[in-house]
Design a protein around this ligand. Structure first.
Ligand SMILES: Cc1cc2nc3c(=O)[nH]c(=O)nc-3n(C[C@H](O)[C@H](O)[C@H](O)COP(=O)(O)O)c2cc1C
Length: 235
């Protein structure tokens, strides 16, 4: 098994101009970047340039898909809009599929209200499961976000930082555990391994691609233990 750092991008889940959650997303990215075993980067949905007149994997942004494909986990920092998740977050999430399978995701909800996006998180969970992401147990909620930072950009509630760090610790443990599983534990030990298109190593089949409309399983997902690449095989 390769000794690569854990790649965990942070997705800021709104395109609203002046979004207060952007500051929280930057903070989470900075906390993750400070970990010696992690690599991260902040993904801004607007910069992906996704079209607004179509949906799904056919409109994927190649760089976003590459980042998710090579990731060992994901953090989503998103505000609560009318008790749900922003439409722009769902639009962006729907552009990938096999790239997510059996990877952990940590959630940070943000709101001006006291509940800190807790309802957004609850509503997002079934969506994440549908695309194959594995939500970690610990969430972070940042309520009263208008007062969450002081004039110097520091959090006014120290407990928030502890909760972010606690969630990131669990996320890295899940990233390590699920990476081992994706790369080394076969879902169907009888199958001949696929060959990695990137480095020609034998890949491990760890998951399936499910299409409800097509009536079930439509393919398999493989991971390369050497370079970490994932590959979707349909049919
Ligand atoms: C369309 C819309 C709906 C919102 N709905 C809620 C809500 O249901 N609960 C809540 O606490 N705040 C709600 N807010 C306020 C957000 O919590 C607030 O804008 C906060 O700063 C986080 O969102 P932001 O990152 O877009 O700034 C809503 C804001 C918008 C723009």
């Amino acid at each position: 098994m390769a000794d690569r750092p854990y790649r965990i991008p942070v997705l800021h889940g709104t395109v609203r101009k002046g979004a207060r959650s952007a500051r929280v997303a930057q903070l989470v990215t900075n906390r993750l970047a400070a970990q010696p075993d992690a690599e991260t980067r902040l993904i801004d949905i607007e910069s992906l340039g996704l079209v607004g007149n179509d949906e799904g994997t056919s409109i994927k942004d190649p760089e976003f898909s590459r980042l998710v494909d090579q990731a060992d986990g994901l953090v989503i920092v998103a505000p609560e809009y009318n008790h749900g998740y922003p439409a722009s977050l769902k639009h962006a999430l729907d552009t990938n599929y096999s790239e997510y399978v059996h990877k952990p995701v940590g959630l940070v909800g943000v709101s001006t209200g006291a509940l800190g996006g807790a309802r957004m998180i609850e509503n997002l969970l079934p969506v994440l499961r549908a695309v194959g992401l594995v939500p970690v147990q610990r969430d972070v909620t940042v309520g009263n976000v208008a007062d969450a930072f002081d004039g110097e950009g520091n959090l006014t509630n120290e407990g928030t930082l502890e909760r972010i760090d606690g969630m990131l610790r669990e996320l890295r443990w899940m990233a390590a555990t699920l990476r081992r599983g994706r790369e080394a534990i076969p879902a169907d030990p009888g199958r001949k391994p696929a060959t990695c298109p990137g480095c020609s190593s034998p890949m491990n089949q760890h998951g399936t691609l499910i299409d409800e409309e097509a009536g079930g399983t439509v393919g398999r997902v493989h991971a390369c233990p050497l370079c970490g690449r994932s590959e979707a095989e349909t049919g």
